[in-house]
Design a binder for this molecule. Sequence first.
Ligand SMILES: C[S@@+](CC[C@H](N)C(=O)[O-])C[C@H]1O[C@@H](n2cnc3c(N)ncnc32)[C@H](O)[C@@H]1O
Length: 211
Amino acid sequence: MTKLNEKNVFLQNKYNVTAFFYDILDYPWERQYRKWRPALVGDLRGKVLEAGVGTGRNLEYYHQDVELLGIELNEYMLRKAERRKARARCNVKLINEDATVMSSIPSSQFDWIFSTFMCCVMPDEIQTLAIEQFSRVLKPGGRFRLLEMVYSENEKIRKKQKAFAPFVEKVYGARFDRNTLQHLERSTTLTVSSTSFLKDDTYLLIEGIRN
Ligand SMILES: C[S@@+](CC[C@H](N)C(=O)[O-])C[C@H]1O[C@@H](n2cnc3c(N)ncnc32)[C@H](O)[C@@H]1O
C-alpha cells in the first residue's frame, strides 16, 4: 500500500478478518448481484478504474477492450481478486490502494470510474476525499457509475434492513444511511447525470460525468 488514510485503518483491520469469509457470507446476496454485474460493466470501454474491487466479482464481465485498474484497501481481499483475474477477458492490473488517497495514480487518466458497494462501507466524513480523487483521475468528460445500498422508504423493507444493519456493519463496515449521492451532488467537478434503482428503492445506481 502506498499511503493509507488513517480513518481507514479500522476498516482495513475489519477486512483482515472478513476477507477470509467474505464470499461465503455474501453468497445469499451474490446470487442476486451476479445477475446485475454483466450489465453494470458490459458497456464500459477504455481505461477503467474499479474502486474497492473486493474479491474481484466484477472482473469476468468486463469487455475485452477495457484496460482495467482495480484498487482495493485490503490486501487479503486483493489476493482473492488476484485469483479471479484469470477469468477476465481484458487486461487487468490490481493494486493495494486507498480510494481516498490514490497517491500512486496519475491525474486525468481514466474514461470510467466504476464501483459496487464501496461507498456504503466508507465513512461519510471521508467520502468527499474519494470523490475528489475520482474527479482528479478521470479525464475531462470521463464518466462514473456507482452501485450502493440505501435505506428504503417502504416501511416493511426498511424494517428488514434495520434488522440486518448491525450484522452488515459489523461484518462489512457497510451502512444503509451513507450519503454518497448527496456528496456527489455537492461536487463542483463531477455532475450526477442519472440515478435509478436496481431493486425496490434499496440498490441505488448513480451515474455521472467529470465536467
Ligand atoms: C462490500 S465490499 C464490495 C466488494 C466488491 N466491490 C463487490 O461488489 O463484491 C467493499 C470493498 O471496498 C473496499 N474498500 C473500502 N474502502 C476502500 C477504500 N478507501 N479504498 C479502496 N477500497 C476500499 C473494502 O476493502 C471491500 O473490499
